[in-house]
Design a protein around this ligand. Sequence first.
Ligand SMILES: *Cc1c(COP(=O)(O)O)cnc(C)c1O
Length: 390
Amino acid sequence: MRSIPYGRQDVSAEDIEAVVETLRSDWLTQGPKIGEFERVVAARCGARHAMAVSNGTAALHLACLALDLGPGDVLWTTPNTFVASANCARYCGADVDFVDIDERSYNLSAAALRDKLLEARRQGRLPKAVVAVAFSGQPADMAEIAELARTYGFAVIEDASHALGASYRGHATGDGTYADMTVFSFHPVKLVTTAEGGMVVTNRDDLAARLRRLRSHGITREPSQMEGEAAGGWYYEQLELGFNYRMTDLQAALGISQMGRLERFLERRRALAARYGELLDGLPLSVPWQAPDRNSAWHLYVVRIDSARTPRTRREVFDALRARGILVSVHYIPVHLQPYYRRLGFSAGAFPVAERYYEQALSLPLYYGLSDGDQERVAAALAEVLQSGA
Ligand SMILES: *Cc1c(COP(=O)(O)O)cnc(C)c1O
């Protein structure tokens, strides 16, 4: 029996041709395709600057470094995310704390953030930055988060690894209205892929210059940025400790070609999500809630298996679907429950909404190439498992 993954890239003949053409060119590493890819993504987001990097995790790390996050600082994020959204602060020697999620959107709760900020101000331990993740492709309450950022003086990094092409109150994700920096991932399961790859977009010139430098060892060839005199055409200066986080031109060529199909990708995902709503209607589970003021990029389609409505546990449903070749997944194990974060002092019960959500969550297959027939197979299997058991 053919299995159906939960996510999968779509690579066309044109994508392959674009990569092969770059292989025959003079540039394999960071060359002209990088700038072109950055311009394409910046234009789609409505951002002034875009910096391509080697992966989404590197993008988050550089975003933290550009804010001078370091020892003694705290970064807050949601527990319902991939570990990279929190790890980026640890790379800088900063502490991490979490804000519980909203019961309906599964995103960081703006109300919980407001309460936690009040308490943190009393204790003199306000965050320097908050990473707001657009979970499953739907932006968080960015206007409220941005307003709190102004009040309390923290920076906002939007982790939009799931949300290329999403929008919030008519603003494209990444346009800089609500976040200082927005980060994307181009991992194969995401909206658009470059195999490995990531990007930071920002409207702030200061952050853009810093990100560009940090991506390449902390080195500048810009005379205006140098501390000494440019001694000649060969001269460069390392101004700080940066990294080699560059993307290759091969990856950028793939990214440019993929971006040409982004609207089609988004449309198909949106249609599949709407169709799941119809196919799953009447089953004892909850389908994703969509806030009326935002458009999701539909990276994930998460249902909740609620023990109050079905005798089947999430574990049983997961195993039974997997046995039928339907490779469902779970997003996410709350980050604070990972052994690494437990050793830093977090424990079960700290973020109860995220923990309860995690017990019930199941990600159904959702990707551009998912056929109507395969989607029906998923829905039928789910109905069978929920109603008659494994
Ligand atoms: C995929 C992902 C990342 C990391 O991206 P990579 O490109 O795999 O490094 C970070 N945050 C979230 C929410 C992600 O889904």
